[in-house]
Design a protein around this ligand. Structure first.
Ligand code: HEM
Ligand code: MTE
Ligand code: MO
Length: 467
């Protein structure tokens, strides 16, 4: 007879809170770590992210756990083993266009499974300057295409240049590898706050539809110049991108950027094949994606199949009829997408990642943490934090080095320490200022829009201080 009771993964999954007991698995062992949660050196909030499931995907992000004393400690909490019949889940039913999607990190907060849309939990979002690939937010409109890197070709074409068809080895060897650290943000980041004012159409992103990576690839500029396109062109020109993901009618995901940005050496636009030193993960565009620093995520087309120079913007739905901003007075009966420009550079943004709304924080020294970023390469020059709803302010400490002027493509992480008294109710607020002295609006209602994009009002988090 086994020394320990046997459990299924489903049974383990019912233990996710201290009330229901906190269970985790490691290998085939099951642990009840409820009594360790408050003792965890990395914090109770982090350990709870793994509650009800496997520790390995989280420990893979924090090497501090690969020490013998951590496993020894864990062993004390063993309560069972996984049933031997616990096989990996059966392959998804055929006919499901999403059946070929890649596996994902269990820590992601999923806003939609099919297509897959997910954000890192706020507890991990700004822990590191570079977001680990497994936690980088994912915004897919369609199933993830399965691309054979051997037969992959990138087509480049349009009037004024030679047509190219580049294999992956050609893209890697013919053009110098250029590396850029850039933040991508979805136009819908923080949409959930906008829906609280009035319902909007779209995924209810919290504050995590933003992430930062070090991207490596060929400069789009180098590829265009190699194809013979001139640096200066008369008239209006755009560079259109198409993905290998297509809707039921065969229309690919597409977007475009102005020609000037595409060829500018200062704009750092990449055809990226690397993300944080690894090959691009499937969810983020394997084998090649566009990265347009300082510009809304929607233009950084993944699974890139075609680059076309054109006198018109991309005809794609996502360029023409989505990702545009409107007045709060415009509704679904009156909206005319032709009247608004496509979003390119994004406005200044910031959010509080710690503490979380509704938290009860200990009295004494409170640490408030968050991120701030602005579009167009504008640096964040200051982040103001208030603990009393915006009546009084302090200046947060910005972490990291000063970015090159006009090329501040990456977010800054910031922190503020302040004493807080037992029993107090705090409304923590943050707002950032960029290099053009652009500021965030103080409230959501005046920037409300029917698609819930460009949501960048002061971020407000209410917490209480424990007695
Ligand atoms: C640190 C145990 C789950 C994040 C530690 C340390 C131990 C530990 C013993 C201190 C290691 C040292 O400094 O030598 C455990 C156990 C877990 C667990 C037994 C599960 C039962 C998690 C999870 C996360 C996490 C799920 C993240 C999502 C961290 C972090 C630290 C840490 C960030 C470093 C804290 C610091 O040095 O400031 N953990 N951990 N842990 N853990 Fe965990
Ligand atoms: N490219 C393709 N081919 N298909 C897509 O659905 N989504 C876009 C953009 N590129 C998308 C795409 C949107 S709206 C965003 S915000 C970013 O990819 C997200 O990139 P990520 O999933 O790597 O975070
Ligand atoms: Mo997006």
């Amino acid at each position: 007879a086994p020394r320990y009771p046997r459990y299924t993964r489903e049974e383990v999954g019912r233990h996710r809170t201290p009330q229901d007991r906190v269970w985790v698995t490691h290998g085939t062992d099951v642990f009840d770590v409820t009594d360790f949660v408050e003792l965890h050196p990395g914090g109770a909030d982090k350990i709870l992210l793994a509650a009800g499931g496997a520790l390995e995907p989280f420990w893979a992000l924090y090497a501090v756990h690969s020490q013998p004393h951590v496993l020894e400690l864990l062993r004390e909490y063993k309560v069972g083993e996984l049933s031997p019949e616990e096989a990996p889940p059966a392959a998804a039913a055929t006919g499901d266009p999403f059946a070929g999607d890649p596996p994902r990190h269990p820590g992601l907060r999923v806003n939609s499974q099919k297509p897959f849309n997910a954000e890192p939990p706020a507890e991990l979002l700004a822990e590191r300057f570079l977001t680990p690939n497994e936690l980088f937010f994912t915004r897919n409109h369609l199933p993830v295409p399965a691309v054979d890197p051997g037969s992959y070709r990138l087509r480049v074409e349009g009037p004024g240049g030679r047509a190219l068809s580049l294999s992956l080895p050609e893209l890697r060897s013919r053009f110098p590898k250029h590396e850029v650290t850039a933040t991508l943000q979805c136009a819908g980041n923080r949409r959930a706050e906008m829906s609280q004012v009035r319902p909007v159409k779209g995924l209810p992103w919290d504050i995590g539809a933003i992430s930062t990576a070090r991207w490596g690839g060929a400069r789009l500029r180098d590829v265009l110049l190699h194809a013979g396109f001139e640096e200066e062109r008369e008239g209006e020109w755009h560079v259109c991108f198409e993905g290998l993901d297509a809707d039921a009618g065969g229309a690919p995901y597409g977007a475009s950027i102005p020609y000037g940005r595409a060829v500018s050496p200062a704009a750092d636009v990449l055809l990226a094949y690397e993300m944080n030193g690894e090959e691009l993960p499937r969810d983020h565009g394997f084998p090649v994606r566009v990265v347009v620093p300082g510009v809304v995520g929607a233009r950084s087309v993944k699974w890139l199949r075609r680059v076309a120079v054109s006198p018109a913007e991309s005809p794609s739905h996502w360029q023409q009829n989505d990702y545009k901003g409107f007045s709060p007075c415009v509704d679904w009966d009156t909206v005319d997408y032709k009247t608004a420009p496509a979003i390119q550079e994004l406005p200044v943004q910031s959010a509080i990642t710690h503490p979380r709304p509704g938290a009860a924080v200990p009295a004494g020294e409170l640490t408030v943490k968050g991120y701030a970023w602005s579009g167009g390469g504008r640096p964040v020059v200051r982040v103001d934090v208030s603990l009393d709803g915006g009546r009084t302010w302090r200046v947060a400490r910005l972490a990291g080095e000063r970015p090159p002027p006009e090329r501040a493509w990456a977010w800054v992480l910031w922190e503020l320490q302040a004493p807080v008294a037992a029993g107090a109710e705090l409304e923590i607020v943050c707002k950032a200022v960029d290099g053009s002295y652009n500021v965030q609006p103080d409230s959501v209602a005046p920037i409300w829009n029917l698609r819930g994009v460009l949501s960048n009002a002061w971020h407000r988090v209410r917490v209480s201080v424990r007695d």
